[in-house]
Design a protein around this ligand. Structure first.
Ligand code: LEU
Length: 434
Protein backbone atom coordinates (compact mmCIF):
# COMPACT_ATOMS: atom_id res chain seq x y z
CA UNK A 1 0.00 0.00 0.00
CA UNK A 2 2.88 2.29 0.70
CA UNK A 3 5.02 3.84 -1.92
CA UNK A 4 4.25 5.25 -5.32
CA UNK A 5 1.11 6.92 -6.56
CA UNK A 6 1.96 9.95 -4.50
CA UNK A 7 0.58 12.23 -7.18
CA UNK A 8 -2.94 11.25 -6.12
CA UNK A 9 -4.24 11.81 -2.57
CA UNK A 10 -4.63 8.56 -0.60
CA UNK A 11 -8.35 9.11 -0.09
CA UNK A 12 -8.91 9.31 -3.86
CA UNK A 13 -6.86 6.18 -4.41
CA UNK A 14 -8.89 4.28 -1.82
CA UNK A 15 -12.08 5.40 -3.48
CA UNK A 16 -10.79 4.50 -6.95
CA UNK A 17 -9.74 1.06 -5.81
CA UNK A 18 -12.99 0.70 -3.86
CA UNK A 19 -11.45 -0.92 -0.81
CA UNK A 20 -10.15 -0.05 2.63
CA UNK A 21 -7.66 -2.41 4.23
CA UNK A 22 -8.11 -2.52 7.98
CA UNK A 23 -6.29 -4.45 10.68
CA UNK A 24 -8.45 -5.66 13.54
CA UNK A 25 -8.65 -8.31 16.24
CA UNK A 26 -11.12 -11.13 16.52
CA UNK A 27 -12.65 -10.40 19.91
CA UNK A 28 -16.02 -9.53 21.46
CA UNK A 29 -15.19 -5.84 21.65
CA UNK A 30 -13.85 -5.52 18.13
CA UNK A 31 -14.86 -7.95 15.37
CA UNK A 32 -16.52 -11.36 15.57
CA UNK A 33 -18.90 -13.52 13.65
CA UNK A 34 -22.46 -14.22 14.70
CA UNK A 35 -24.74 -16.65 12.96
CA UNK A 36 -26.19 -13.84 10.87
CA UNK A 37 -23.00 -11.97 10.03
CA UNK A 38 -20.20 -9.96 11.58
CA UNK A 39 -20.52 -7.84 14.70
CA UNK A 40 -18.38 -5.83 17.02
CA UNK A 41 -17.99 -2.17 17.79
CA UNK A 42 -14.89 -1.73 15.64
CA UNK A 43 -16.56 -3.58 12.81
CA UNK A 44 -19.60 -1.33 12.97
CA UNK A 45 -17.51 1.83 13.07
CA UNK A 46 -15.34 0.73 10.17
CA UNK A 47 -18.31 -0.38 8.07
CA UNK A 48 -20.00 2.97 8.59
CA UNK A 49 -16.85 4.82 7.62
CA UNK A 50 -16.44 2.66 4.51
CA UNK A 51 -20.06 3.32 3.63
CA UNK A 52 -19.52 7.04 3.73
CA UNK A 53 -16.52 6.66 1.46
CA UNK A 54 -18.45 4.30 -0.78
CA UNK A 55 -15.92 1.46 -0.51
CA UNK A 56 -15.68 -2.12 0.76
CA UNK A 57 -13.45 -3.28 3.60
CA UNK A 58 -10.85 -6.01 3.63
CA UNK A 59 -10.10 -7.04 7.21
CA UNK A 60 -6.76 -8.42 8.29
CA UNK A 61 -6.54 -10.25 11.60
CA UNK A 62 -2.86 -10.81 12.49
CA UNK A 63 -1.81 -13.93 14.39
CA UNK A 64 -0.55 -11.92 17.30
CA UNK A 65 -1.53 -8.57 18.78
CA UNK A 66 2.06 -7.31 18.86
CA UNK A 67 2.18 -7.40 15.05
CA UNK A 68 -0.44 -4.68 14.69
CA UNK A 69 1.58 -1.54 15.34
CA UNK A 70 4.58 -2.71 13.23
CA UNK A 71 2.20 -3.56 10.39
CA UNK A 72 0.76 -0.06 10.51
CA UNK A 73 4.23 1.46 10.63
CA UNK A 74 5.11 -0.60 7.51
CA UNK A 75 2.01 0.60 5.72
CA UNK A 76 0.52 -2.89 5.38
CA UNK A 77 -2.98 -1.52 5.92
CA UNK A 78 -4.74 1.82 5.80
CA UNK A 79 -5.30 1.78 9.53
CA UNK A 80 -5.90 -0.44 12.55
CA UNK A 81 -9.26 -0.59 14.30
CA UNK A 82 -8.45 -3.03 17.04
CA UNK A 83 -9.45 -1.62 20.40
CA UNK A 84 -6.07 0.08 20.50
CA UNK A 85 -5.15 2.22 23.45
CA UNK A 86 -3.48 5.54 22.82
CA UNK A 87 -0.17 5.19 24.66
CA UNK A 88 2.87 7.47 24.75
CA UNK A 89 5.07 4.76 23.21
CA UNK A 90 2.69 4.18 20.34
CA UNK A 91 2.11 7.84 19.66
CA UNK A 92 5.72 8.06 18.51
CA UNK A 93 5.10 5.29 15.96
CA UNK A 94 1.62 5.89 14.60
CA UNK A 95 -0.97 8.63 14.62
CA UNK A 96 -4.26 8.15 16.34
CA UNK A 97 -7.60 9.45 15.10
CA UNK A 98 -9.88 11.09 17.69
CA UNK A 99 -10.79 8.61 20.37
CA UNK A 100 -14.14 6.81 20.30
CA UNK A 101 -14.17 5.29 23.79
CA UNK A 102 -12.71 5.67 27.26
CA UNK A 103 -11.75 2.64 29.29
CA UNK A 104 -9.59 1.79 32.27
CA UNK A 105 -7.08 -0.99 32.71
CA UNK A 106 -8.14 -3.43 35.39
CA UNK A 107 -6.33 -6.05 37.38
CA UNK A 108 -8.49 -9.19 37.40
CA UNK A 109 -8.46 -12.17 39.76
CA UNK A 110 -10.72 -15.04 40.75
CA UNK A 111 -13.39 -14.33 43.30
CA UNK A 112 -12.43 -17.27 45.52
CA UNK A 113 -8.86 -16.06 45.86
CA UNK A 114 -7.44 -13.38 48.09
CA UNK A 115 -8.04 -9.96 46.61
CA UNK A 116 -4.79 -8.25 45.61
CA UNK A 117 -4.66 -4.80 47.15
CA UNK A 118 -1.60 -3.63 45.26
CA UNK A 119 0.07 -4.66 42.02
CA UNK A 120 2.87 -6.12 44.17
CA UNK A 121 0.43 -8.75 45.47
CA UNK A 122 0.49 -10.37 42.03
CA UNK A 123 3.96 -11.66 42.93
CA UNK A 124 2.23 -14.39 44.93
CA UNK A 125 1.01 -15.93 41.67
CA UNK A 126 1.26 -15.80 37.89
CA UNK A 127 0.41 -12.64 36.01
CA UNK A 128 -0.02 -12.86 32.24
CA UNK A 129 -0.80 -10.11 29.75
CA UNK A 130 -1.01 -9.76 25.98
CA UNK A 131 2.44 -9.16 24.45
CA UNK A 132 2.87 -5.67 23.09
CA UNK A 133 -0.27 -4.41 24.83
CA UNK A 134 -0.90 -1.21 26.71
CA UNK A 135 -1.05 -3.47 29.76
CA UNK A 136 2.55 -4.41 29.27
CA UNK A 137 3.44 -0.75 28.97
CA UNK A 138 1.65 -0.13 32.26
CA UNK A 139 3.57 -2.93 33.97
CA UNK A 140 6.85 -1.57 32.68
CA UNK A 141 5.95 1.76 34.21
CA UNK A 142 4.93 0.16 37.51
CA UNK A 143 8.17 -1.79 37.60
CA UNK A 144 10.00 1.46 38.22
CA UNK A 145 8.29 1.59 41.62
CA UNK A 146 8.18 -2.17 42.20
CA UNK A 147 11.42 -3.51 40.70
CA UNK A 148 10.57 -7.07 41.80
CA UNK A 149 7.45 -7.12 39.60
CA UNK A 150 7.36 -9.96 37.03
CA UNK A 151 4.85 -11.09 34.43
CA UNK A 152 4.59 -13.16 31.27
CA UNK A 153 3.73 -11.45 28.00
CA UNK A 154 1.88 -13.93 25.78
CA UNK A 155 1.93 -13.79 22.01
CA UNK A 156 -0.86 -15.01 19.78
CA UNK A 157 -3.46 -14.78 22.52
CA UNK A 158 -6.49 -12.57 23.03
CA UNK A 159 -7.21 -10.63 26.19
CA UNK A 160 -10.45 -12.57 26.49
CA UNK A 161 -8.52 -15.85 26.52
CA UNK A 162 -6.35 -14.66 29.38
CA UNK A 163 -9.48 -13.77 31.32
CA UNK A 164 -10.70 -17.28 30.60
CA UNK A 165 -7.44 -18.73 31.91
CA UNK A 166 -7.95 -16.85 35.18
CA UNK A 167 -11.43 -18.27 35.42
CA UNK A 168 -10.03 -21.77 34.77
CA UNK A 169 -7.38 -21.22 37.49
CA UNK A 170 -4.61 -21.79 34.96
CA UNK A 171 -3.18 -18.38 35.77
CA UNK A 172 -3.82 -16.15 38.78
CA UNK A 173 -4.02 -12.65 37.38
CA UNK A 174 -4.35 -10.74 34.19
CA UNK A 175 -4.95 -7.15 33.16
CA UNK A 176 -7.86 -6.29 30.91
CA UNK A 177 -9.49 -3.21 29.43
CA UNK A 178 -12.64 -2.43 31.41
CA UNK A 179 -14.91 -2.97 28.39
CA UNK A 180 -13.51 -6.44 27.76
CA UNK A 181 -13.53 -7.30 31.43
CA UNK A 182 -17.19 -6.28 31.70
CA UNK A 183 -18.15 -8.52 28.78
CA UNK A 184 -16.13 -11.44 30.10
CA UNK A 185 -17.61 -11.12 33.56
CA UNK A 186 -21.02 -11.65 32.00
CA UNK A 187 -19.88 -15.09 31.02
CA UNK A 188 -17.42 -15.86 33.78
CA UNK A 189 -18.95 -14.62 37.00
CA UNK A 190 -15.96 -15.99 38.93
CA UNK A 191 -13.88 -13.09 37.64
CA UNK A 192 -13.47 -10.01 39.78
CA UNK A 193 -11.79 -6.66 39.39
CA UNK A 194 -9.18 -5.99 42.07
CA UNK A 195 -8.44 -2.41 41.04
CA UNK A 196 -8.12 0.07 38.22
CA UNK A 197 -4.53 0.60 37.14
CA UNK A 198 -3.88 4.23 36.48
CA UNK A 199 -5.94 6.90 34.80
CA UNK A 200 -8.58 6.19 32.12
CA UNK A 201 -7.25 5.36 28.66
CA UNK A 202 -8.59 6.32 25.27
CA UNK A 203 -9.18 3.89 22.41
CA UNK A 204 -8.67 5.06 18.83
CA UNK A 205 -7.86 4.00 15.29
CA UNK A 206 -4.16 4.01 14.44
CA UNK A 207 -2.87 5.36 11.12
CA UNK A 208 0.63 5.35 9.66
CA UNK A 209 2.57 8.59 9.87
CA UNK A 210 2.43 9.66 6.26
CA UNK A 211 2.75 12.90 4.43
CA UNK A 212 -0.68 12.51 2.92
CA UNK A 213 -3.39 13.40 5.44
CA UNK A 214 -6.45 12.85 3.27
CA UNK A 215 -7.63 9.50 4.66
CA UNK A 216 -6.64 10.36 8.22
CA UNK A 217 -8.55 13.63 7.98
CA UNK A 218 -11.63 11.90 6.57
CA UNK A 219 -11.55 9.40 9.44
CA UNK A 220 -11.13 12.15 12.03
CA UNK A 221 -14.04 14.04 10.58
CA UNK A 222 -16.11 10.86 10.51
CA UNK A 223 -15.48 10.13 14.20
CA UNK A 224 -16.37 13.73 15.02
CA UNK A 225 -19.65 13.37 13.13
CA UNK A 226 -20.53 10.11 14.85
CA UNK A 227 -20.12 11.90 18.13
CA UNK A 228 -22.14 14.96 17.24
CA UNK A 229 -24.93 12.89 15.66
CA UNK A 230 -25.18 10.73 18.79
CA UNK A 231 -24.48 7.57 16.79
CA UNK A 232 -21.38 6.72 18.73
CA UNK A 233 -23.30 6.85 21.98
CA UNK A 234 -25.94 4.55 20.52
CA UNK A 235 -23.36 2.03 19.37
CA UNK A 236 -21.66 2.04 22.75
CA UNK A 237 -25.02 1.53 24.39
CA UNK A 238 -25.79 -1.34 22.03
CA UNK A 239 -22.59 -3.14 22.93
CA UNK A 240 -22.21 -2.25 26.57
CA UNK A 241 -25.44 -0.62 27.77
CA UNK A 242 -26.87 -3.75 29.32
CA UNK A 243 -23.63 -5.15 30.65
CA UNK A 244 -23.08 -5.92 34.31
CA UNK A 245 -26.67 -5.69 35.43
CA UNK A 246 -26.70 -9.25 36.64
CA UNK A 247 -24.94 -10.17 39.84
CA UNK A 248 -22.81 -13.19 40.50
CA UNK A 249 -25.69 -15.19 41.94
CA UNK A 250 -27.96 -14.44 38.98
CA UNK A 251 -25.43 -15.73 36.50
CA UNK A 252 -24.71 -18.84 38.54
CA UNK A 253 -28.42 -19.54 38.84
CA UNK A 254 -28.85 -19.05 35.13
CA UNK A 255 -26.13 -21.61 34.49
CA UNK A 256 -27.92 -24.14 36.67
CA UNK A 257 -31.33 -23.49 35.12
CA UNK A 258 -29.83 -23.72 31.67
CA UNK A 259 -28.87 -27.30 32.46
CA UNK A 260 -31.82 -28.32 34.61
CA UNK A 261 -34.84 -26.50 33.22
CA UNK A 262 -34.28 -25.40 29.65
CA UNK A 263 -34.00 -28.84 27.99
CA UNK A 264 -37.63 -29.71 28.81
CA UNK A 265 -38.86 -26.42 27.37
CA UNK A 266 -36.76 -26.17 24.26
CA UNK A 267 -39.30 -27.77 21.94
CA UNK A 268 -42.01 -25.34 23.08
CA UNK A 269 -39.81 -22.30 22.50
CA UNK A 270 -38.90 -23.57 19.05
CA UNK A 271 -42.50 -24.25 18.13
CA UNK A 272 -43.69 -20.84 19.38
CA UNK A 273 -40.85 -19.21 17.43
CA UNK A 274 -41.89 -21.06 14.29
CA UNK A 275 -45.48 -19.90 14.66
CA UNK A 276 -44.69 -16.26 15.39
CA UNK A 277 -41.49 -15.66 13.45
CA UNK A 278 -39.65 -14.55 16.62
CA UNK A 279 -36.20 -15.82 17.62
CA UNK A 280 -36.67 -18.75 20.04
CA UNK A 281 -33.69 -17.56 22.07
CA UNK A 282 -35.43 -14.28 22.63
CA UNK A 283 -38.60 -16.03 23.80
CA UNK A 284 -36.48 -18.13 26.13
CA UNK A 285 -34.78 -15.00 27.48
CA UNK A 286 -38.13 -13.32 28.10
CA UNK A 287 -39.46 -16.41 29.82
CA UNK A 288 -36.35 -16.57 31.95
CA UNK A 289 -36.85 -12.98 33.04
CA UNK A 290 -40.51 -13.68 33.76
CA UNK A 291 -40.31 -16.98 35.61
CA UNK A 292 -36.76 -18.37 35.64
CA UNK A 293 -38.27 -21.15 33.50
CA UNK A 294 -40.38 -22.30 36.42
CA UNK A 295 -43.67 -23.59 34.99
CA UNK A 296 -45.36 -23.15 38.38
CA UNK A 297 -44.28 -19.55 38.87
CA UNK A 298 -46.89 -17.33 40.41
CA UNK A 299 -46.69 -13.72 41.56
CA UNK A 300 -48.55 -12.03 44.42
CA UNK A 301 -50.66 -10.21 41.84
CA UNK A 302 -51.80 -13.48 40.32
CA UNK A 303 -49.81 -13.57 37.10
CA UNK A 304 -48.76 -17.10 36.37
CA UNK A 305 -46.66 -19.52 34.43
CA UNK A 306 -43.57 -19.44 32.25
CA UNK A 307 -44.55 -16.17 30.58
CA UNK A 308 -46.34 -14.73 33.62
CA UNK A 309 -49.58 -13.95 31.84
CA UNK A 310 -52.44 -12.21 33.61
CA UNK A 311 -55.78 -13.97 33.55
CA UNK A 312 -57.19 -11.31 31.20
CA UNK A 313 -54.33 -11.64 28.74
CA UNK A 314 -54.51 -15.41 28.88
CA UNK A 315 -58.22 -15.30 28.06
CA UNK A 316 -57.62 -12.91 25.21
CA UNK A 317 -54.97 -15.26 23.80
CA UNK A 318 -57.01 -18.40 24.24
CA UNK A 319 -54.71 -19.81 26.91
CA UNK A 320 -56.92 -21.81 29.28
CA UNK A 321 -54.21 -23.26 31.48
CA UNK A 322 -51.42 -20.81 32.26
CA UNK A 323 -49.38 -23.50 33.98
CA UNK A 324 -49.20 -25.53 30.84
CA UNK A 325 -45.76 -24.71 29.42
CA UNK A 326 -46.77 -25.16 25.82
CA UNK A 327 -49.79 -22.88 26.11
CA UNK A 328 -48.03 -20.29 28.20
CA UNK A 329 -45.05 -19.99 25.86
CA UNK A 330 -47.14 -19.81 22.75
CA UNK A 331 -49.50 -17.30 24.39
CA UNK A 332 -46.60 -15.11 25.48
CA UNK A 333 -45.02 -15.31 22.05
CA UNK A 334 -48.25 -14.28 20.36
CA UNK A 335 -48.59 -11.39 22.74
CA UNK A 336 -45.04 -10.19 22.03
CA UNK A 337 -45.80 -10.48 18.34
CA UNK A 338 -48.93 -8.34 18.76
CA UNK A 339 -46.90 -5.73 20.60
CA UNK A 340 -44.25 -5.83 17.91
CA UNK A 341 -46.81 -5.13 15.22
CA UNK A 342 -47.83 -1.91 16.95
CA UNK A 343 -44.30 -0.53 16.77
CA UNK A 344 -43.97 1.69 13.68
CA UNK A 345 -42.59 -0.16 10.64
CA UNK A 346 -39.74 2.28 10.11
CA UNK A 347 -38.06 1.27 13.37
CA UNK A 348 -35.34 -1.26 12.68
CA UNK A 349 -33.85 -4.04 14.76
CA UNK A 350 -32.51 -4.14 17.39
CA UNK A 351 -34.41 -1.04 18.59
CA UNK A 352 -37.63 -2.60 17.40
CA UNK A 353 -37.25 -5.57 19.73
CA UNK A 354 -36.23 -3.55 22.78
CA UNK A 355 -39.16 -1.19 22.31
CA UNK A 356 -41.47 -4.18 21.84
CA UNK A 357 -40.29 -5.72 25.08
CA UNK A 358 -40.62 -2.44 26.95
CA UNK A 359 -44.17 -2.26 25.72
CA UNK A 360 -44.77 -5.90 26.73
CA UNK A 361 -43.68 -4.94 30.21
CA UNK A 362 -45.19 -1.52 30.77
CA UNK A 363 -47.96 -1.42 28.16
CA UNK A 364 -48.03 0.22 24.78
CA UNK A 365 -49.66 3.49 25.93
CA UNK A 366 -47.00 4.17 28.54
CA UNK A 367 -44.28 3.42 26.06
CA UNK A 368 -45.90 5.93 23.74
CA UNK A 369 -45.88 8.49 26.54
CA UNK A 370 -42.17 7.95 27.10
CA UNK A 371 -41.54 8.32 23.38
CA UNK A 372 -43.48 11.59 23.42
CA UNK A 373 -41.34 12.85 26.31
CA UNK A 374 -38.26 11.92 24.31
CA UNK A 375 -39.50 13.71 21.23
CA UNK A 376 -40.38 16.89 23.13
CA UNK A 377 -36.87 16.95 24.46
CA UNK A 378 -35.34 16.65 21.00
CA UNK A 379 -34.32 13.01 21.53
CA UNK A 380 -35.12 10.22 19.08
CA UNK A 381 -38.32 8.33 19.98
CA UNK A 382 -37.32 5.49 17.65
CA UNK A 383 -34.12 4.67 19.48
CA UNK A 384 -34.06 2.50 22.56
CA UNK A 385 -31.01 4.38 23.89
CA UNK A 386 -33.05 7.55 23.93
CA UNK A 387 -36.38 6.12 25.06
CA UNK A 388 -34.73 4.36 27.97
CA UNK A 389 -33.69 7.70 29.38
CA UNK A 390 -37.29 8.95 29.38
CA UNK A 391 -39.14 5.89 30.63
CA UNK A 392 -38.06 6.44 34.26
CA UNK A 393 -39.53 9.96 34.16
CA UNK A 394 -43.01 8.43 33.99
CA UNK A 395 -42.90 7.86 37.72
CA UNK A 396 -42.32 11.54 38.44
CA UNK A 397 -45.40 13.68 38.69
CA UNK A 398 -43.83 16.70 37.06
CA UNK A 399 -43.38 14.61 33.91
CA UNK A 400 -46.27 12.15 33.91
CA UNK A 401 -48.82 14.89 34.41
CA UNK A 402 -47.83 16.23 30.98
CA UNK A 403 -48.68 12.98 29.13
CA UNK A 404 -51.90 11.15 28.47
CA UNK A 405 -51.62 7.89 30.41
CA UNK A 406 -49.94 9.20 33.54
CA UNK A 407 -47.88 7.40 36.11
CA UNK A 408 -45.98 4.25 35.21
CA UNK A 409 -43.01 2.38 36.64
CA UNK A 410 -40.78 3.21 33.75
CA UNK A 411 -37.49 2.38 35.43
CA UNK A 412 -38.75 -1.15 35.84
CA UNK A 413 -39.39 -1.47 32.13
CA UNK A 414 -35.80 -0.39 31.48
CA UNK A 415 -34.50 -3.01 33.90
CA UNK A 416 -36.75 -5.56 32.34
CA UNK A 417 -35.44 -4.99 28.84
CA UNK A 418 -31.80 -4.80 29.88
CA UNK A 419 -32.12 -8.01 31.89
CA UNK A 420 -33.56 -9.79 28.88
CA UNK A 421 -30.71 -8.55 26.74
CA UNK A 422 -28.36 -10.04 29.34
CA UNK A 423 -30.16 -13.36 29.46
CA UNK A 424 -30.19 -13.43 25.68
CA UNK A 425 -26.39 -12.97 25.64
CA UNK A 426 -25.87 -15.58 28.33
CA UNK A 427 -28.11 -18.03 26.53
CA UNK A 428 -26.36 -17.52 23.21
CA UNK A 429 -23.05 -18.03 24.90
CA UNK A 430 -24.06 -21.20 26.77
CA UNK A 431 -25.51 -22.63 23.57
CA UNK A 432 -22.24 -22.03 21.75
CA UNK A 433 -20.35 -23.94 24.45
CA UNK A 434 -22.18 -27.19 23.86
N1 LEU B 1 -6.34 -1.85 24.44
C1 LEU B 1 -5.34 -2.86 24.52
C2 LEU B 1 -4.08 -2.36 23.84
O1 LEU B 1 -4.18 -1.56 23.00
C3 LEU B 1 -5.82 -4.13 23.87
C4 LEU B 1 -4.94 -5.34 24.02
C5 LEU B 1 -4.72 -5.77 25.40
C6 LEU B 1 -5.43 -6.53 23.25
O2 LEU B 1 -3.02 -2.74 24.13
Amino acid sequence: LAGCGAEQPLLDRVQDEGALVVITRNSPTTYYEERDGFRGLEYELVERFANRLGVRVRYIVPESFDQIIPMIVNGEAHFAAAGLTVTPKREALVRFAPSYQEITQQLVYRRDRKKPTSIADTLSGTLEVVAGSSHEETLERLKLDYPELTWTAQQGIESEELLYLVKEQLIDYTIGDSNEVALSRQLYPMLKVAMDLGEPDRLAWAFPHAEDDSLYDAASEFIGQLKSEGILEQLLERYYGHVDRLGFVDKRTFQRHFVQRLPDLLAYFREAARQTGLDWRLLAAVSYQESHWNTKAVSPTGVRGLMMLTRATANQLGVDNRRDPKQSILGGARYIRMMQEKIPERIQEPDRMWLTLASYNIGFSHLEDARILAMRDGADPDKWTDVKRYLPLLSQKKHHKTVKYGYARGAEAVNYVDNIRNYFDLLTWHLAQR
